[in-house]
Design a binder for this molecule. Structure first.
Ligand SMILES: Cc1ncc(COP(=O)(O)O)c(C=O)c1O
Length: 440
Protein backbone atom coordinates (compact mmCIF):
# COMPACT_ATOMS: atom_id res chain seq x y z
CA UNK A 1 0.00 0.00 0.00
CA UNK A 2 1.09 3.58 -0.66
CA UNK A 3 1.17 6.39 1.93
CA UNK A 4 -2.01 7.88 0.41
CA UNK A 5 -3.79 4.53 0.66
CA UNK A 6 -2.66 4.12 4.25
CA UNK A 7 -3.93 7.59 5.12
CA UNK A 8 -7.25 6.90 3.42
CA UNK A 9 -7.60 3.65 5.33
CA UNK A 10 -6.85 5.26 8.72
CA UNK A 11 -9.28 8.11 8.05
CA UNK A 12 -12.02 5.65 7.02
CA UNK A 13 -11.87 3.81 10.33
CA UNK A 14 -11.38 6.78 12.68
CA UNK A 15 -14.35 9.00 11.81
CA UNK A 16 -15.39 9.11 15.48
CA UNK A 17 -12.01 10.55 16.43
CA UNK A 18 -12.17 13.25 13.75
CA UNK A 19 -15.65 14.31 14.85
CA UNK A 20 -14.50 14.56 18.48
CA UNK A 21 -11.32 16.42 17.50
CA UNK A 22 -13.38 19.03 15.66
CA UNK A 23 -15.76 19.40 18.59
CA UNK A 24 -12.89 19.59 21.05
CA UNK A 25 -11.17 22.39 19.13
CA UNK A 26 -14.25 24.57 19.62
CA UNK A 27 -13.79 24.50 23.41
CA UNK A 28 -10.27 23.29 24.19
CA UNK A 29 -7.45 25.41 22.75
CA UNK A 30 -6.00 23.36 19.91
CA UNK A 31 -8.12 20.34 20.80
CA UNK A 32 -5.22 18.71 22.68
CA UNK A 33 -3.96 19.04 26.25
CA UNK A 34 -0.27 19.36 25.42
CA UNK A 35 1.22 20.86 22.27
CA UNK A 36 3.20 17.80 21.18
CA UNK A 37 0.05 15.72 20.71
CA UNK A 38 -1.12 17.98 17.89
CA UNK A 39 1.45 16.56 15.46
CA UNK A 40 -0.36 13.19 15.16
CA UNK A 41 -1.19 12.04 11.63
CA UNK A 42 -3.75 12.23 10.16
CA UNK A 43 -5.19 13.94 13.28
CA UNK A 44 -5.05 13.25 17.01
CA UNK A 45 -7.10 10.13 17.81
CA UNK A 46 -9.50 9.89 20.74
CA UNK A 47 -9.26 6.90 23.04
CA UNK A 48 -11.81 5.01 25.04
CA UNK A 49 -9.76 2.63 27.18
CA UNK A 50 -6.41 0.91 27.62
CA UNK A 51 -5.48 -2.44 29.12
CA UNK A 52 -2.04 -4.02 29.28
CA UNK A 53 -0.11 -3.38 26.08
CA UNK A 54 -3.23 -2.34 24.14
CA UNK A 55 -5.15 0.90 23.72
CA UNK A 56 -8.56 1.19 22.03
CA UNK A 57 -9.89 4.28 20.27
CA UNK A 58 -13.47 5.56 20.24
CA UNK A 59 -14.14 3.80 16.92
CA UNK A 60 -13.20 0.47 18.46
CA UNK A 61 -9.77 0.15 16.78
CA UNK A 62 -7.24 -1.55 19.01
CA UNK A 63 -3.53 -0.74 18.88
CA UNK A 64 -0.43 -2.24 20.42
CA UNK A 65 0.79 0.82 22.30
CA UNK A 66 4.45 1.88 22.19
CA UNK A 67 3.66 5.48 23.23
CA UNK A 68 2.63 4.38 26.71
CA UNK A 69 1.42 7.89 27.50
CA UNK A 70 4.91 9.20 26.53
CA UNK A 71 6.62 6.93 29.02
CA UNK A 72 4.83 6.61 32.36
CA UNK A 73 3.11 3.27 31.74
CA UNK A 74 6.03 0.99 32.56
CA UNK A 75 3.57 -1.77 33.58
CA UNK A 76 1.23 -1.09 30.65
CA UNK A 77 -2.31 0.26 30.95
CA UNK A 78 -4.31 -0.25 34.14
CA UNK A 79 -2.36 -3.11 35.76
CA UNK A 80 -4.83 -4.95 38.02
CA UNK A 81 -2.73 -4.72 41.18
CA UNK A 82 -2.20 -0.97 40.85
CA UNK A 83 -5.83 -0.31 39.89
CA UNK A 84 -7.07 -2.23 42.93
CA UNK A 85 -4.77 -0.27 45.24
CA UNK A 86 -5.93 3.05 43.78
CA UNK A 87 -9.59 2.00 44.03
CA UNK A 88 -9.12 1.16 47.71
CA UNK A 89 -7.44 4.53 48.38
CA UNK A 90 -10.21 6.42 46.54
CA UNK A 91 -12.59 5.35 49.30
CA UNK A 92 -10.28 6.90 51.90
CA UNK A 93 -9.90 10.29 50.24
CA UNK A 94 -7.94 11.76 47.35
CA UNK A 95 -5.77 14.30 49.06
CA UNK A 96 -5.34 15.49 52.64
CA UNK A 97 -2.97 18.44 52.40
CA UNK A 98 -1.37 16.88 55.46
CA UNK A 99 0.86 13.98 56.43
CA UNK A 100 0.05 10.30 55.93
CA UNK A 101 2.06 7.11 56.03
CA UNK A 102 2.32 6.52 52.29
CA UNK A 103 4.66 9.51 52.16
CA UNK A 104 7.38 7.81 54.17
CA UNK A 105 6.61 4.30 52.91
CA UNK A 106 7.26 5.32 49.31
CA UNK A 107 10.24 7.48 50.38
CA UNK A 108 11.75 4.42 52.09
CA UNK A 109 11.27 2.35 48.95
CA UNK A 110 12.96 5.07 46.89
CA UNK A 111 15.87 5.25 49.35
CA UNK A 112 16.40 1.53 48.84
CA UNK A 113 16.59 1.65 45.04
CA UNK A 114 18.02 5.07 44.06
CA UNK A 115 21.78 5.32 44.72
CA UNK A 116 21.78 9.10 45.37
CA UNK A 117 18.63 9.06 47.56
CA UNK A 118 19.69 9.95 51.09
CA UNK A 119 16.40 11.87 51.21
CA UNK A 120 13.57 12.56 48.75
CA UNK A 121 10.77 15.07 48.23
CA UNK A 122 7.69 15.03 45.97
CA UNK A 123 5.94 17.18 43.39
CA UNK A 124 3.48 16.41 40.58
CA UNK A 125 5.34 16.76 37.28
CA UNK A 126 8.80 16.51 35.84
CA UNK A 127 8.79 20.20 34.98
CA UNK A 128 8.19 21.17 38.59
CA UNK A 129 10.70 18.83 40.14
CA UNK A 130 13.51 19.98 37.82
CA UNK A 131 12.89 23.51 39.14
CA UNK A 132 13.22 22.24 42.69
CA UNK A 133 16.56 20.63 41.80
CA UNK A 134 17.94 23.76 40.10
CA UNK A 135 16.77 25.98 42.97
CA UNK A 136 18.32 23.69 45.54
CA UNK A 137 21.64 23.74 43.68
CA UNK A 138 21.52 27.57 43.63
CA UNK A 139 20.73 27.70 47.33
CA UNK A 140 23.53 25.32 48.33
CA UNK A 141 26.22 26.81 46.09
CA UNK A 142 25.16 30.47 46.24
CA UNK A 143 25.61 30.61 42.43
CA UNK A 144 23.12 31.20 39.59
CA UNK A 145 24.34 29.64 36.36
CA UNK A 146 23.75 26.08 35.18
CA UNK A 147 24.96 23.94 32.31
CA UNK A 148 22.58 22.00 30.12
CA UNK A 149 23.20 20.10 26.90
CA UNK A 150 21.83 20.68 23.39
CA UNK A 151 18.72 18.62 22.75
CA UNK A 152 18.13 17.61 26.37
CA UNK A 153 14.60 18.32 27.61
CA UNK A 154 13.93 19.27 31.20
CA UNK A 155 10.31 20.42 31.05
CA UNK A 156 8.63 23.52 29.71
CA UNK A 157 9.74 26.16 32.20
CA UNK A 158 11.47 29.17 30.60
CA UNK A 159 14.72 28.52 32.43
CA UNK A 160 15.33 25.15 30.77
CA UNK A 161 13.53 25.54 27.44
CA UNK A 162 16.81 26.57 25.92
CA UNK A 163 18.62 24.74 23.11
CA UNK A 164 15.95 22.06 23.26
CA UNK A 165 15.46 21.39 19.53
CA UNK A 166 17.54 24.07 17.81
CA UNK A 167 17.66 24.03 14.00
CA UNK A 168 20.95 23.49 12.19
CA UNK A 169 21.10 27.22 11.51
CA UNK A 170 20.54 28.15 15.17
CA UNK A 171 23.25 25.74 16.19
CA UNK A 172 25.71 27.30 13.77
CA UNK A 173 25.12 30.73 15.30
CA UNK A 174 26.09 29.19 18.66
CA UNK A 175 25.16 30.18 22.18
CA UNK A 176 21.82 29.39 23.76
CA UNK A 177 18.80 29.34 21.50
CA UNK A 178 15.63 30.07 23.43
CA UNK A 179 12.16 29.61 22.05
CA UNK A 180 11.30 32.95 20.35
CA UNK A 181 10.00 35.70 22.63
CA UNK A 182 6.92 35.86 20.40
CA UNK A 183 5.94 32.50 21.85
CA UNK A 184 5.95 34.03 25.31
CA UNK A 185 9.36 32.82 26.26
CA UNK A 186 11.57 34.76 28.67
CA UNK A 187 15.14 33.85 27.78
CA UNK A 188 17.31 32.60 30.62
CA UNK A 189 20.64 34.36 31.01
CA UNK A 190 21.73 31.64 33.43
CA UNK A 191 21.81 28.68 31.04
CA UNK A 192 25.14 27.66 29.50
CA UNK A 193 24.98 25.14 26.66
CA UNK A 194 27.32 22.19 26.19
CA UNK A 195 27.36 19.37 23.64
CA UNK A 196 26.55 15.80 24.63
CA UNK A 197 29.52 13.44 24.54
CA UNK A 198 31.84 16.38 23.92
CA UNK A 199 34.25 16.68 26.85
CA UNK A 200 35.84 19.84 25.55
CA UNK A 201 32.57 21.73 25.41
CA UNK A 202 32.03 20.99 29.12
CA UNK A 203 35.60 21.76 30.16
CA UNK A 204 35.48 25.04 28.25
CA UNK A 205 32.37 26.26 30.10
CA UNK A 206 33.93 25.51 33.48
CA UNK A 207 37.12 27.30 32.40
CA UNK A 208 35.16 30.33 31.16
CA UNK A 209 32.95 30.60 34.27
CA UNK A 210 35.07 29.69 37.29
CA UNK A 211 33.12 29.69 40.54
CA UNK A 212 29.87 30.64 38.77
CA UNK A 213 28.18 27.35 37.95
CA UNK A 214 25.62 26.08 40.45
CA UNK A 215 24.67 22.89 38.62
CA UNK A 216 25.08 20.74 35.55
CA UNK A 217 21.92 18.94 34.48
CA UNK A 218 21.56 16.15 31.92
CA UNK A 219 19.48 13.16 30.99
CA UNK A 220 21.89 10.28 31.75
CA UNK A 221 20.81 8.80 28.39
CA UNK A 222 19.71 11.53 25.98
CA UNK A 223 16.23 10.05 25.50
CA UNK A 224 14.53 13.22 24.25
CA UNK A 225 16.76 13.54 21.19
CA UNK A 226 17.61 10.15 19.78
CA UNK A 227 18.16 7.93 22.86
CA UNK A 228 21.88 8.69 22.71
CA UNK A 229 23.91 6.87 25.35
CA UNK A 230 26.77 8.61 27.08
CA UNK A 231 30.08 7.42 25.62
CA UNK A 232 32.22 5.38 28.02
CA UNK A 233 33.68 7.71 30.63
CA UNK A 234 31.51 10.70 29.76
CA UNK A 235 29.27 10.56 32.84
CA UNK A 236 32.35 9.89 34.97
CA UNK A 237 33.90 13.06 33.53
CA UNK A 238 30.76 15.02 34.44
CA UNK A 239 30.99 13.60 37.96
CA UNK A 240 34.65 14.55 38.29
CA UNK A 241 34.47 18.03 36.84
CA UNK A 242 31.38 19.00 38.86
CA UNK A 243 32.97 17.76 42.09
CA UNK A 244 36.18 19.62 41.31
CA UNK A 245 34.26 22.86 40.71
CA UNK A 246 31.84 22.63 43.63
CA UNK A 247 28.96 22.28 41.15
CA UNK A 248 25.92 20.05 41.74
CA UNK A 249 25.55 17.18 39.28
CA UNK A 250 21.85 16.65 38.49
CA UNK A 251 20.59 13.65 36.53
CA UNK A 252 17.18 14.24 35.05
CA UNK A 253 15.84 10.69 35.26
CA UNK A 254 12.27 11.54 34.25
CA UNK A 255 12.57 8.99 31.42
CA UNK A 256 15.51 6.80 32.47
CA UNK A 257 14.11 6.45 36.01
CA UNK A 258 12.87 2.93 36.68
CA UNK A 259 13.09 2.27 32.94
CA UNK A 260 16.79 1.55 32.19
CA UNK A 261 16.93 -0.27 35.53
CA UNK A 262 15.25 -0.41 38.92
CA UNK A 263 18.07 1.90 40.04
CA UNK A 264 17.56 4.38 37.20
CA UNK A 265 20.22 5.60 34.79
CA UNK A 266 22.59 6.21 37.73
CA UNK A 267 22.40 2.53 38.68
CA UNK A 268 22.61 1.43 35.06
CA UNK A 269 25.72 3.50 34.30
CA UNK A 270 27.25 3.33 37.78
CA UNK A 271 27.65 7.09 38.27
CA UNK A 272 25.94 8.71 41.25
CA UNK A 273 24.82 12.34 40.93
CA UNK A 274 24.17 14.76 43.80
CA UNK A 275 20.53 15.17 42.82
CA UNK A 276 18.17 13.26 40.53
CA UNK A 277 14.67 13.98 39.28
CA UNK A 278 12.07 11.31 38.56
CA UNK A 279 8.51 11.48 37.17
CA UNK A 280 6.72 9.46 34.44
CA UNK A 281 7.25 5.80 35.49
CA UNK A 282 7.61 6.82 39.16
CA UNK A 283 3.84 7.34 39.37
CA UNK A 284 2.98 4.56 36.92
CA UNK A 285 0.60 6.97 35.15
CA UNK A 286 -0.49 9.11 38.12
CA UNK A 287 0.98 12.61 38.47
CA UNK A 288 4.00 12.18 40.72
CA UNK A 289 7.55 13.45 40.59
CA UNK A 290 10.43 12.88 42.95
CA UNK A 291 13.65 14.66 43.79
CA UNK A 292 16.22 12.32 45.31
CA UNK A 293 19.48 13.67 46.63
CA UNK A 294 22.47 13.64 48.87
CA UNK A 295 21.97 14.60 52.52
CA UNK A 296 23.93 17.88 52.33
CA UNK A 297 21.65 19.13 49.54
CA UNK A 298 18.33 17.78 50.78
CA UNK A 299 18.93 19.23 54.24
CA UNK A 300 18.31 22.65 52.68
CA UNK A 301 14.75 21.52 51.99
CA UNK A 302 14.46 19.76 55.34
CA UNK A 303 15.49 22.96 57.14
CA UNK A 304 13.43 25.30 54.96
CA UNK A 305 16.52 27.00 53.50
CA UNK A 306 15.22 26.30 49.98
CA UNK A 307 11.52 26.62 49.33
CA UNK A 308 9.64 23.59 48.10
CA UNK A 309 5.84 23.70 48.04
CA UNK A 310 2.74 22.44 46.21
CA UNK A 311 -0.89 21.87 47.21
CA UNK A 312 -1.14 18.38 45.77
CA UNK A 313 2.42 17.25 46.62
CA UNK A 314 2.50 13.77 48.11
CA UNK A 315 -1.20 13.13 47.57
CA UNK A 316 -2.25 9.61 48.52
CA UNK A 317 -3.61 8.62 45.10
CA UNK A 318 -0.29 9.24 43.30
CA UNK A 319 1.68 7.66 46.15
CA UNK A 320 -0.58 4.60 46.17
CA UNK A 321 0.12 4.17 42.45
CA UNK A 322 3.85 4.62 43.08
CA UNK A 323 3.90 2.16 45.95
CA UNK A 324 2.10 -0.54 43.95
CA UNK A 325 4.20 0.12 40.82
CA UNK A 326 7.52 0.07 42.69
CA UNK A 327 6.49 -3.11 44.51
CA UNK A 328 5.92 -4.88 41.19
CA UNK A 329 9.12 -3.52 39.63
CA UNK A 330 11.20 -4.50 42.65
CA UNK A 331 9.77 -7.98 43.17
CA UNK A 332 12.38 -10.80 43.17
CA UNK A 333 15.24 -8.33 42.78
CA UNK A 334 13.71 -6.64 39.78
CA UNK A 335 13.36 -9.76 37.65
CA UNK A 336 10.84 -8.00 35.37
CA UNK A 337 13.69 -5.97 33.89
CA UNK A 338 15.10 -9.04 32.17
CA UNK A 339 11.80 -9.43 30.31
CA UNK A 340 11.53 -5.70 29.61
CA UNK A 341 15.02 -5.65 28.12
CA UNK A 342 14.90 -8.91 26.16
CA UNK A 343 11.54 -8.22 24.48
CA UNK A 344 12.40 -4.60 23.79
CA UNK A 345 15.76 -5.56 22.32
CA UNK A 346 14.15 -8.17 20.07
CA UNK A 347 11.77 -5.49 18.84
CA UNK A 348 14.54 -2.91 18.33
CA UNK A 349 16.74 -5.29 16.37
CA UNK A 350 13.81 -6.71 14.39
CA UNK A 351 12.65 -3.27 13.30
CA UNK A 352 16.16 -2.29 12.27
CA UNK A 353 16.46 -5.43 10.13
CA UNK A 354 13.09 -4.86 8.48
CA UNK A 355 13.91 -1.28 7.47
CA UNK A 356 17.42 -2.28 6.44
CA UNK A 357 15.86 -4.96 4.21
CA UNK A 358 14.14 -2.19 2.26
CA UNK A 359 17.49 -0.52 1.56
CA UNK A 360 16.58 2.51 3.63
CA UNK A 361 19.31 4.06 5.81
CA UNK A 362 18.48 3.11 9.38
CA UNK A 363 20.04 3.07 12.81
CA UNK A 364 18.74 2.33 16.29
CA UNK A 365 20.02 3.46 19.67
CA UNK A 366 19.09 3.19 23.31
CA UNK A 367 17.89 -0.14 24.67
CA UNK A 368 14.88 -2.42 25.10
CA UNK A 369 12.84 -0.30 27.54
CA UNK A 370 13.30 2.91 25.51
CA UNK A 371 14.96 3.08 22.11
CA UNK A 372 15.11 5.19 18.98
CA UNK A 373 14.52 4.13 15.38
CA UNK A 374 16.10 6.70 13.06
CA UNK A 375 16.15 6.82 9.32
CA UNK A 376 19.80 7.80 8.92
CA UNK A 377 22.90 5.82 8.19
CA UNK A 378 25.00 6.21 11.35
CA UNK A 379 24.36 6.50 15.06
CA UNK A 380 24.20 9.98 16.56
CA UNK A 381 26.83 11.10 19.11
CA UNK A 382 25.03 14.30 20.06
CA UNK A 383 21.90 16.26 19.24
CA UNK A 384 23.25 17.89 16.05
CA UNK A 385 23.65 14.46 14.41
CA UNK A 386 19.96 13.68 14.88
CA UNK A 387 19.04 16.48 12.47
CA UNK A 388 20.19 14.20 9.65
CA UNK A 389 17.32 11.74 10.20
CA UNK A 390 14.60 11.57 7.53
CA UNK A 391 11.58 12.53 9.65
CA UNK A 392 9.13 12.73 6.74
CA UNK A 393 9.78 9.13 5.85
CA UNK A 394 9.53 8.16 9.49
CA UNK A 395 6.17 9.87 9.75
CA UNK A 396 4.91 7.89 6.74
CA UNK A 397 6.07 4.70 8.41
CA UNK A 398 4.23 5.68 11.60
CA UNK A 399 1.02 6.26 9.65
CA UNK A 400 1.30 2.85 7.97
CA UNK A 401 1.93 1.24 11.37
CA UNK A 402 -1.14 2.97 12.79
CA UNK A 403 -3.16 1.46 9.96
CA UNK A 404 -1.71 -1.91 10.99
CA UNK A 405 -2.80 -1.41 14.62
CA UNK A 406 0.54 -0.29 16.04
CA UNK A 407 0.78 3.07 17.80
CA UNK A 408 4.15 4.86 18.02
CA UNK A 409 5.42 8.32 18.95
CA UNK A 410 6.10 10.82 16.15
CA UNK A 411 9.75 11.46 17.07
CA UNK A 412 11.22 7.99 16.60
CA UNK A 413 11.25 6.97 20.28
CA UNK A 414 9.69 3.64 21.26
CA UNK A 415 8.68 2.77 24.82
CA UNK A 416 8.04 -0.82 25.84
CA UNK A 417 6.33 -2.07 29.00
CA UNK A 418 6.33 -5.11 31.21
CA UNK A 419 2.88 -5.89 29.70
CA UNK A 420 4.21 -6.34 26.15
CA UNK A 421 4.24 -10.07 25.43
CA UNK A 422 6.36 -12.08 23.01
CA UNK A 423 3.15 -12.35 20.90
CA UNK A 424 2.89 -8.52 20.85
CA UNK A 425 6.47 -8.29 19.57
CA UNK A 426 5.80 -10.94 16.90
CA UNK A 427 2.63 -9.15 15.79
CA UNK A 428 4.44 -5.79 15.73
CA UNK A 429 7.32 -7.10 13.62
CA UNK A 430 4.88 -8.72 11.17
CA UNK A 431 2.96 -5.43 10.94
CA UNK A 432 6.20 -3.49 10.46
CA UNK A 433 7.15 -5.80 7.59
CA UNK A 434 3.89 -4.90 5.83
CA UNK A 435 4.06 -1.20 6.76
CA UNK A 436 7.62 -0.94 5.41
CA UNK A 437 6.31 -0.93 1.85
CA UNK A 438 5.70 2.83 2.26
CA UNK A 439 9.45 3.31 2.65
CA UNK A 440 10.24 2.41 -0.93
C1 LIG B 1 13.87 14.19 30.81
C2 LIG B 1 12.61 14.95 31.09
N1 LIG B 1 12.60 15.89 32.04
C3 LIG B 1 11.49 16.59 32.34
C4 LIG B 1 10.32 16.37 31.67
C5 LIG B 1 9.09 17.15 32.03
O1 LIG B 1 8.19 16.30 32.68
P1 LIG B 1 6.63 16.65 32.71
O2 LIG B 1 6.12 16.49 31.32
O3 LIG B 1 6.07 15.64 33.67
O4 LIG B 1 6.50 18.04 33.23
C6 LIG B 1 10.27 15.41 30.66
C7 LIG B 1 9.02 15.16 29.92
O5 LIG B 1 8.97 14.49 28.92
C8 LIG B 1 11.44 14.68 30.35
O6 LIG B 1 11.46 13.75 29.39
Amino acid sequence: LTVAEREHSVRAKTAGSLERYQRSQRALAGGVSTALRRSARPYPLFFDHGKGSQITDVDGNRYVDYCLAWGPLILGHAPAEVSAAIAAQLERGYTYGAQHQLEYEVAEMLQQIIPCADLVCYANSGTEIVQVALRLARAVTGRRRFIKFEGHYHGWDDSVLVSYKPSLEQMQTGGSQPVPAGLGHRGSPDALIARWNDRESVEQLFAQHPGEIASLICEPMLCNSGCISPEPGFLALLREITTANGTALIFDEVITGFRLSLHGGQGYYGVTPDLATFAKAAGGGMPLSVLAGAEEFMQFIAQGKAIHAGTLNGNPIALTAAKATLAILGRDNGVVYERLWSRGERLRQGLEQIVHGRNVPVTTSGGGPVFQLSFMDRPARHYGDTLLADMRRYSDFGLALLDEGIMILPDGRWYTSVAHSEADIDATLAAAERAASVLE
